[in-house]
Design a protein around this ligand. Structure first.
Ligand code: DGJ
Length: 465
């Protein structure tokens, strides 16, 4: 008898056809099934709507996902006397050697001269709407923009973008330890409504000329300034890397202003949590919480810490991330509920490979998901397009689309370092999906596409906040 029952076919609902089953049980099963169906279709509908929105926004960014190749030829070696050639056989030069050689015959490829400058004072027809990574970039008065190692803040009050960065318009000199340096001049600020034409708002935090013990004395180092707005206090707060000429102070500095265009009052510097802090950034989350990320322990790891409510200090909580990975130049951003970060390796002013990292919680754990650079050439990919990241700006109205901002440093003349801005897109499976969730990689791919020339999707300004 038991055997016969076992062989009976079972329906999906687990109800044995032909078995005795009460009417209420059948009704409840049906109600349950309908509820499940409703729940599933609601979920699916939300997914679909989100998907369509994403597809539309990605569609307008689609032309930017074309892989553009570069074929830069290494020039033939210069002639040497037969005796010199015998004494020291020539090492094969690479494109990076050429990039680092200020007398290279192909210098103009990496640092094109003023004739190709992006100049809003001149009518360049259709070209005026384009970014040209690596070319000289002039402000609305026709003067080269000085905002290196910078970042952009969208000001909710004036509805303007403000670009802050290192103002380096002075000669470069070689410091005793052999490092190329400039005196501190201050933090430059530029404003824009379209992220294309930039008006010089002046030096919003200036160097200290006389007081040699001041953090901002011109003989020191001020790098990577970033500004965020605090809704609770109504203040604009600037954080920056403060150091002495030999990079042994390794601290963060904080300044504050009532206006995005300053002047900013310098408050103090400190080693956060008692640790060294060199390359750094700050990030403001959707809930108004802000965080400091800094390279520490001889740049071997990054530290992340929430800021206090007024954004003027770090809280005692700190997490060590990317331990032993030797990363610097952190640039943090968020897509959906996931946090992403682009970092560089540690090779002074010389370019190196960028890596993207992802985390479900900003305090970690953070996982490395691969090199985000696409296009150019293998060498472009290995050198972050001959540049180093500094900031990632979300494009309002285009979820998953960002501008990756980087510096192409020119250690022979730091003020002539160039800006490399490129489209960054989040989507698709990551290169190194270290973690899997039910067979699907946990992270989306972060892609930065090389373009000699590119523009924001037409009508982007209409989609803005
Ligand atoms: C790399 C850092 O990212 C830059 O901001 C600067 O500190 C240079 N090193 C100095 O060599």
């Amino acid at each position: 008898m038991r055997m016969r029952n076992k062989q009976r076919k079972t329906t999906i609902l687990g109800w044995n056809a032909g078995s005795r089953c009460s009417m209420p049980a059948m009704v409840w099963s049906l109600v349950g099934f309908l509820l499940l169906l409703h729940f599933y279709s609601t979920l699916h509908k939300t997914d679909k709507a989100e998907e369509t929105r994403l597809q539309m926004s990605h569609h307008s960014f689609q032309e930017l996902q074309v892989v553009e190749e570069e074929n830069i030829q290494i020039p033939p070696p210069r002639r040497r006397s037969p005796r010199a050639a015998k004494r020291r056989p020539r090492k094969k030069t690479t494109l990076i050697d050429e990039f680092l050689d200020e007398n290279s015959q192909i210098r103009h490829v990496f640092f094109p001269d003023h004739r190709s400058a992006i100049d809003p004072t001149k009518d360049t027809g259709n070209d005026s709407f384009y970014y040209f990574p690596g070319r000289m970039w002039l402000d609305t008065e026709g003067i080269p923009i000085q905002a290196h190692g910078g970042g952009i803040m969208f000001d909710p009050l004036s509805r303007m973008y403000y670009w802050y960065g290192e103002y380096q318009d002075v000669p470069t000199f070689i410091a005793p330890k052999g490092l190329a340096r400039v005196d501190i001049i201050g933090v430059g600020c530029y404003s824009s409504k379209d992220l294309q034409t930039w008006k010089n708002e002046g030096i919003v935090l200036a160097a200290e000329e006389a007081n040699e013990t001041h953090d901002l004395h011109k003989s020191n180092v001020l790098e990577r300034p970033k500004v965020i707005y605090n809704e609770k206090t109504g203040k604009y707060v600037m954080w920056m890397h403060i150091d002495d000429a030999n990079y042994t102070k390794a601290a963060v500095g904080v300044a504050i202003s009532d206006y995005p265009t300053g002047p900013f009052d310098y408050i103090y510097s400190k080693q956060p949590h008692g640790f060294e802090s060199r390359d750094m950034t700050i990030f403001k989350d959707d809930d108004g919480m802000a965080y400091l990320v800094y390279s520490s322990e001889d740049n071997s790891e990054l530290h992340i810490a929430p800021l206090t409510e007024d954004y003027l200090d770090v809280t005692p909580v700190m997490k060590r991330i990317l331990v032993g990975q030797h990363r610097e130049a952190p640039a943090l951003f968020k897509h959906g509920e996931t946090y992403y970060m682009i970092t560089s390796g540690c090779t002074g002013w010389a370019p190196n490979e960028a890596l993207a990292h992802a985390a479900e919680s900003i305090m970690g754990p953070w996982e490395t998901v691969g090199n985000p650079c696409i296009g150019g050439s293998k060498m472009f990919k290995l050198t972050t397009f001959f540049a180093q990241g500094t900031f990632v700006l979300p494009l309002a109205g285009l979820p998953g689309s960002f501008i990756f901002m980087a510096d192409r440093w020119n250690p022979a003349d730091l003020r002539d370092s160039r800006y490399v801005w490129l489209p960054l897109i989040v989507g698709g499976p990551a290169d190194w999906p270290l973690e899997y969730n039910f067979g699907f990689p946990s992270w989306s791919r972060v892609s930065i596409y090389w373009h000699r020339k590119w523009r924001l999707p037409s009508g982007w300004s209409d989609m803005k906040r």
